[in-house]
Design a protein around this ligand. Structure first.
Ligand code: HEC
Ligand SMILES: [Cu+2]
Length: 313
């Protein structure tokens, strides 16, 4: 069906998006034909000097006509609105159990890191038929993660996490582009998404140089950056213990309650004065400028792993 567009449909999302696109195309095409057809017909029929009847339409008929086309248009638009928004909403939240991969964008490259720590630059290997959830942030300016074959695109922002998910349905190599002008070499900021069969992906992953996995890297940073000086159980400083905090509701000193997710952890590290945990003094220093996005992702992964250990106990 997409031969004429020569853009492969390589994800579940691509199929939905294309169906919407084709329906809109057919509807607009039909409208164009109808309107131009009528213009032509009337131009000929009522040309100057023709003998066609020109009086007003019978009253009753004109009413029915009007109600008919108003209702038809209304229903068509209501249907389109419902269809497009339901497709859009389902593309927002990643299904639980999706494979998580971290992406850091910078001028001018894509750095990706798999759950076991394997890293890639301007490339991303993913398994076929499995939901993949990308957690993305930018080290400098705004970029945008765009895979045309998957019909997915999402801005990648500095100082804030964004995410996107997809499920590849075809093996092969598909281009990854930056879709937000981000400086001189923006057009060179390209990568490849390599979709492999699940067993091939598993084999590929084990063949990669181990790399520290994110949580282990975070654990090292936690000590190297001095976080443990305050947050370790043995510390004499009055600071909250971080095991189990991830995913929990945190009570703040100004009475608000906030869920400890990735964004909250990031804010806690970069802008600790913004959300003060109830019962503690605002003595935590800001690490803005001291940690890059990759390091914050590692620290977050570490804090998350603490929560999981707690659950497993
Ligand atoms: C000088 C001591 C100190 C250091 C160093 C420190 N923190 Fe904190 N941290 C605190 C205190 C006190 C709080 C609670 C008050 C607040 O929210 O600011 C806190 C709060 C937090 C919270 C929110 C916890 C919750 O229960 O909601 C996180 C997450 C956190 N710190 C992570 C870190 C990380 C990661 C580092 C290292 C990069 C670090 N902290 C370094 C003292 C410290
Ligand atoms: Cu870019």
């Amino acid at each position: 069906m997409n031969a004429s567009f020569s853009l492969p449909e390589a994800s579940t999302h691509a199929v939905t998006v294309d169906h919407i696109f084709y329906l809109l195309l057919v509807l607009s095409g039909a409208t164009v034909v109808l309107v131009f057809g009528l213009i032509l017909l009337f131009a000929v029929r009522y040309r100057r000097g023709s003998a066609a009847k020109r009086g007003p339409m019978p009253e009753l008929l004109s009413h029915e006509f009007e109600i008919g086309w108003t209702l038809a248009t209304l229903l068509t638009f209501a249907f389109l609105f419902w269809w497009v928004s339901s497709a859009d909403l389902s593309s927002l939240a990643a299904p639980v159990g999706a494979l998580e991969i971290h992406v850091v964008a910078k001028q001018w490259m894509w750095k990706t890191q798999h759950s076991n720590g394997a890293r890639e630059i301007n490339a991303l290997h993913v398994p076929l038929n499995k939901p993949v959830h990308l957690l993305m942030s930018s080290q400098d300016v705004i970029h945008s993660f765009f895979v045309p074959a998957f019909r997915v695109k999402k801005d990648v922002l500095p100082g804030r996490d964004t995410d996107i998910w997809f499920q590849a349905t075809k093996t092969g190599v598909f281009p990854l582009l930056c879709a937000e002008y981000c400086g001189t070499n923006h057009s060179m900021m390209r990568g490849k998404i390599i979709v492999m069969r699940q067993e091939d992906y598993a084999r590929w992953l084990t063949e990669q140089p181990e790399g520290d996995d994110l949580a282990h890297e975070g654990a090292k940073l936690f000590i190297a950056q001095g976080c443990s000086g305050c947050h370790a159980n043995s510390s004499s400083v009055h600071a909250p213990r971080l095991d189990g905090v991830y995913g929990r509701d945190v009570h703040l000193s100004d009475g608000r309650t906030i869920k400890a997710d990735d964004a909250y952890i990031r804010d806690s590290i970069l802008q600790p004065k913004r959300d003060i945990v109830a019962g503690y003094e605002p003595i935590m220093p800001s690490f803005k400028g001291l940690l890059d996005d990759g390091e914050i992702q590692s620290l977050t992964a570490y804090i998350r792993s603490l929560a999981q250990e707690k659950q497993n106990d």
